[in-house]
Design a protein around this ligand. Structure first.
Ligand code: ADP
Length: 395
């Protein structure tokens, strides 16, 4: 189990002339966890998040970062803020410079990076968030989702260990929200601890490793999402709604269907339970194949020739660079979120699909499909489209 990166020990905080906003909270967050703080407006989520990088100091109790109590002198806070990056709820309040480049360069310049180091840090950060080539664009001309990405890049440019995001999807449409959640997934996959606050249960439920339900400045429940959201009474107390999949699971159970296996986190989990319940073995289907194209390795020609030979294939993109590539090559995407599961679902109907992805995410696809195979006993082939312009099957 990974070590603890952030810890709170019985912290309390009252705003000047305000009510007590944090009323005795203790918890810990491990390195590389994805944490969702979930609760209604006024629950204390933003206040708690701002304690993670020392913007607010608790009146009592201790915050620890990497096992050391947070210190509030200027030099210590500067170090802490390099390691814990904070993305505000409203990107317009975070983005201050006249161009994307200048804005993302603000943090590294402040940290005393040389011009060259700053340039590299900015380019890497913009690449990570899928905004290569946006350097000279004025931020006010960008879409809501793009602005959010610029704000994330500004924090990433300092290469923090932890990313803290207050309501990262507020104001975005469903597809923009999914894009941001997928970006956070990708950053987490590349080693960052990611902590978000949200009241969007449907987004938090499949995404988080652990959900912390908050109400009135206190933690109501803290566990893996299917347990944290598993008790309708707690969910009601937190003024939230049950994730649809859990609600469906409970309704089936209450009608006497003995659903095997764990509670569903995704549609794929739910389908697996239902098919087991109805003994799908009587109607076997030969599963389709999932093709994987690593856009960091494959040139333009391969992808377009492959797609022209495989009309009607469902295509998904995972990772911001893969999505950018699809846009450049005008590839119509069927899936941009939960892509692996959606391609497994296609395969279970006997259909083939293609996933465009980046180098660091390739293994994840093989692992997820392999894990599904072990769980379900259904083998789905995953083939890598390689640079030699042929399709190869990974051993
Ligand atoms: P959430 O992020 O869950 O919506 P907040 O942390 O913003 O909750 O707020 C927690 C409590 O603190 C609320 O009662 C809110 O009214 C109060 N609060 C937040 N910011 C301030 C402030 N600047 N001054 C006084 N009270 C505040």
């Amino acid at each position: 189990m990974s070590s603890i990166i952030l810890e709170a020990r019985d912290i309390r905080y009252r705003y000047p002339r305000g009510m007590e906003a944090i009323c005795g909270i203790s918890f810990h967050i491990r390195k590389k966890e994805k944490i969702a703080l979930v609760g209604p407006n006024g629950a204390g989520k933003s206040t708690l998040l701002t304690m993670f990088n020392g913007m607010i100091r608790p009146d009592s109790g201790i915050m620890l970062f990497d096992n050391n109590p947070v210190r509030y002198d200027t030099a210590s806070l500067r170090m802490l803020r390099k390691r814990v990056g904070f993305v505000l709820q409203n990107p317009d309040r975070q983005i201050i410079a006249p161009t994307v480049y200048q804005d993302v360069a603000f943090g590294p310049t402040n940290l005393g990076y040389s011009e060259n180091e700053t340039k590299n840090a900015v380019e890497l950060a913009l690449r990570h968030v899928g905004l290569e080539g946006f350097n000279r664009r004025p931020p006010h001309q960008l879409s809501g989702g793009e602005k959010r990405r610029v704000a994330i890049a500004g924090v990433l440019a300092m290469d923090p260990d932890v990313l803290v995001l207050d309501e990262p999807t507020s104001g975005l449409d469903p597809s923009g929200s999914e894009d941001i959640m997928e970006l956070l997934d990708e950053l987490n996959h590349n080693g960052k601890t990611v902590i978000i606050s949200t009241h969007d249960v449907e987004l938090a439920y499949p995404w988080a490793d652990r959900a912390i339900l908050m109400i009135c400045g206190k933690i109501l429940r803290e566990d893996i999402p299917e347990v944290a959201f598993g008790n309708p009474e707690f969910v009601r107390m937190a003024h939230l709604s049950l994730p649809t999949l859990l609600e469906l699971h409970l309704e089936l159970q209450s009608r006497g269907f003995a659903i095997p296996g764990k509670k569903p986190r995704t549609v794929l989990d739910m389908m697996h339970s239902i098919e087991t319940l109805f003994d799908r073995k009587h109607n076997p289907i030969i599963p389709g194949t999932i093709m994987v194209c690593n856009v960091d390795q494959n040139d333009k020609g391969l992808l377009s020739s492959f797609l022209s030979l495989n009309h009607g294939l469902s295509v998904g993109a995972m990772g911001s660079r893969a999505k950018q590539r699809a846009e450049i090559e005008r590839i119509r995407l069927d899936f941009t979120y939960g892509v692996i599961d959606k391609c497994i679902l296609k395969a279970l109907l006997g259909n083939n699909s293609l996933i465009l992805t980046t180098e660091s995410m390739v293994d994840r696809i093989f692992k997820r499909v392999g894990a599904y195979g072990l769980e379900s006993g259904i083998h789905i082939a995953v083939n890598l489209l390689d640079e030699d312009k042929k399709v190869t099957q990974k051993p």
